[in-house]
Write a protein that binds this ligand. Structure first.
Ligand code: ATP
Length: 510
C-alpha cells in the first residue's frame, strides 16, 4: 500500500476539512491557513465576502491551494501505480482531494453555464464527460471495494453544480461586510447544506426539500433575496444517460400572499377545477403542482395570510398533501417551501391571528435577516461597500470611473447630510432609493417616518439637562465624531485634538 509522507498526510486532511466547511464562516479562512501554513498570505477580511475590489475566488491563497492540490493528486495517482493503492480512511481522503481538484478545474465552465444558461446543454455535456473521464482515471488505482463505497460520479457532479449555484446566489447577491451580514450568508449556506456537508452529500441531498424554511426580518432587508438563494440552490439530480440535469431549469416561484384575495391565493397555489367558484371557467394547475421537485415555492408575507389558508398550508408543510379547489383528490407537493414575513409571528400567535401548529412546522429552519441598522451598528464603514454595490447595479455596464464618482457623491451626501444615527427604516431598499435619488437630484431626504426613527443619542439629552461633567461630554462627543469619520486620524482632524487624545477619550469607560 502507498505510504503517505507527513506533509502529504497533513495536506490531504486539511484539504478535506477545507472542502467540507461552510465557506461563509470565518472558519473557512482558518482552514485555508491550515492548508498553506507559513505560505498563507494575510487577508483583509476574515470571511468570504464580495468586495468592490473584485472576485475573491481569484485570491492568491486559493490559487496557491489549488496548485498544491493539483500537484498532490497527480503525485498520489502515480505513486499508487507503483506502491499499491491507498486504503480505508486514506482512500476516502484521496477521493475528497479528487473531488476538490475537479471542482476547481471545471468551476469556470459551470459558472458560465449558470450565468448564460441558454447554450447550457452542450457545455454541461462537455464538462460532464471530461469530469467523469478524469474522475475515472484518478480513481482507477483504488481497489474495487474502495471505489464501490464512494459516491457515483453523477451524484458528485450534481452536488458540485448545486454547490456552485448556492455559492453564486449567496456570494454575488447577499452583500455586506459587517458581522451580521457574514452570519446571514453562513446561515443561508447552512439552510441549504446543513452544518454537516459530508452527511448532506451522503444522505440528506434528496430530503432537504421536505423541510420548509422560514425567513424573517424587516421589510426591505433582503428576505426575498435569501429565499431566492435557497430556492434556486436545491439538489437537482444528474442523468448520466441523457447527460443533462433532471427537470426544467430555473424553478423559483414567488407568490405575495398579502396581495391576493383568499380565493385567489388558493387557486394560484393549489389550482382549481372548472366551476369551483364564480369565474373558474376552466381547470387550473396550481403552482404547487407546477413546481418541479428541485424547485421552490416562495410564500411571501405568510404572516398576512387568511386562517382558512393557514390550515391548508399546514397540511402541505406537514404531510405535503393538498387538493385543488373543488376537488377531493389528494395531491403531493414535491418541492421546497420557503416562507417569509416581516411580522412578529410570536405576537401574531398570541393575538390568535397565526396558527401555532403552522409556525412550529416552519420554524425548524429559520433564517433571520438583519436590518441595515444592525449591520451599520456593527460596522459603520460597511455602508461604503453597500453603496458601491448598489451604484454598480444602477449604472451597470458603465465605466468603473463613472460608478466610482457616483459612489463618492452618495457617500458624501450620507456622511455630510444624513444624521449619523439614522436607522434606515426601509433597510437596503431605502439605501437603493438614496442612490437613485442622489443620481437624479443630487440629494436624498428620508421620509418623515424615516426621519422620526432617527435615534437621538442619549448623551445629548443628558447634556441638555446639565447632567454631564466636562470630561463625559467631551468623551461622548469624541465617540460621536469617531463614529462618523470611521477612524481616529480623521476624527482628530475634525476635533482639533491629537490622535492619541481622541483614542483615549473614545476608549474611556464612561
Ligand atoms: N444583502 C443584500 N445585498 C444586496 N442587495 C440587497 C441585500 N438585501 C437587500 N437587497 C436589495 O434590497 C431590495 C429589497 O430586498 P428584498 O425585496 O429581498 O427585501 P424583503 O425583505 O423581501 O422586503 P419586503 O419585506 O418588503 O418584501 C432589493 O432590491 C434587494 O436586491
Amino acid at each position: 500500500m502507498a505510504r503517505l509522507a507527513d506533509d502529504e498526510d497533513h495536506l490531504l486532511r486539511s484539504l478535506s476539512e477545507l472542502s467540507y466547511c461552510n465557506p461563509f464562516e470565518p472558519v473557512r479562512i482558518d482552514a485555508e491557513r491550515a492548508v498553506l501554513r507559513d505560505a498563507h498570505q494575510p487577508e483583509a477580511l476574515d470571511s468570504w465576502s464580495r468586495t468592490a475590489d473584485g472576485a475573491r475566488t481569484e485570491r492568491p491563497n486559493i490559487v496557491a491551494i489549488n496548485e498544491l492540490a493539483a500537484g498532490l493528486v497527480e503525485r498520489l495517482y502515480e505513486r499508487q501505480q507503483v506502491e499499491g493503492s491507498l486504503e480505508g480512511d486514506e482512500a476516502t481522503l484521496y477521493d475528497d482531494l479528487v473531488t476538490y481538484t475537479l471542482y476547481y478545474r471545471h468551476v469556470a465552465t459551470l459558472e458560465a453555464e449558470l450565468v448564460y444558461p441558454a447554450a447550457g446543454d452542450a457545455r454541461i455535456k462537455r464538462v460532464w464527460r471530461e469530469y467523469r473521464k478524469e474522475r475515472e482515471r484518478l480513481l482507477a488505482p483504488l481497489a474495487d471495494n474502495e471505489r464501490s463505497r464512494l459516491s457515483t460520479s453523477e451524484h458528485l457532479f450534481a452536488c458540485l453544480h448545486q454547490v456552485r449555484r448556492a455559492f453564486d446566489g449567496i456570494y454575488h447577491c447577499l452583500i455586506g461586510e459587517s458581522a451580521p451580514a457574514t452570519r446571514l450568508r453562513a446561515a443561508v449556506w447552512q439552510s441549504i447544506f446543513t452544518h454537516d456537508l459530508r452527511r448532506y452529500r451522503r444522505s440528506l441531498f434528496g430530503r432537504m426539500r421536505e423541510l420548509a424554511t422560514l425567513v424573517t426580518g424587516p421589510s426591505g432587508a433582503g428576505k426575498e433575496l435569501v429565499a431566492q438563494a435557497i430556492g434556486r440552490s436545491q439538489y437537482r439530480p444528474f442523468d448520466p444517460e441523457a447527460e443533462s440535469f433532471v427537470g426544467e431549469g430555473d424553478a423559483f416561484i414567488a407568490l405575495n400572499l398579502s396581495a391576493l384575495s383568499p380565493t385567489l391565493v388558493e387557486s394560484e397555489l393549489f389550482g382549481h377545477r372548472k366551476g369551483a367558484f364564480t369565474g373558474a371557467t376552466s381547470d387550473r394547475v396550481g403552482w404547487l403542482e407546477r413546481c418541479p421537485p428541485h424547485g421552490a415555492v416562495f410564500l411571501d408575507e405568510i404572516g398576512d395570510v387568511d386562517p382558512s389558508i393557514q390550515v391548508k398550508l399546514l397540511r402541505v408543510a406537514q404531510s405535503r398533501d393538498y387538493s385543488r379547489l373543488g376537488e377531493s383528490e389528494s395531491r403531493s407537493f414535491a418541492a421546497k417551501l420557503v416562507a417569509a414575513t416581516n411580522r412578529d409571528l410570536a405576537a401574531e400567535m398570541r393575538a390568535g391571528r397565526f396558527r401555532e401548529d403552522l409556525y412550529y412546522r416552519l420554524c425548524s429552519d429559520q433564517v433571520v435577516v438583519p436590518s441595515l441598522g444592525e449591520q451599520l451598528a456593527d460596522q459603520p464603514a460597511a455602508i461604503a461597500g453597500l453603496v458601491r454595490f448598489l451604484v454598480g447595479r444602477v449604472l451597470r455596464d458603465s465605466e468603473p470611473a463613472e460608478a466610482e464618482a457616483l459612489a463618492e457623491e452618495v457617500g458624501d451626501w450620507i456622511t455630510g447630510r444624513m444624521p449619523p444615527s439614522y436607522e434606515w427604516p426601509g433597510n437596503i431598499r431605502e439605501l437603493e432609493q438614496c442612490v437613485r435619488s442622489v443620481l437624479v437630484r443630487r440629494e436624498y431626504h428620508p421620509t418623515e417616518v424615516g426621519a422620526a426613527r432617527t435615534k437621538r443619542p442619549t448623551w445629548l439629552d443628558d447634556a441638555e439637562r446639565g447632567q454631564l461633567s466636562a470630561d463625559e461630554l467631551l468623551n461622548a462627543y469624541c465617540r460621536q465624531v469617531y463614529g462618523q469619520q470611521g477612524g481616529y486620524e480623521p476624527a482628530a482632524r475634525v476635533l482639533g485634538l491629537d490622535r492619541r487624545t481622541v483614542k483615549s477619550r473614545v476608549d474611556s469607560s464612561d
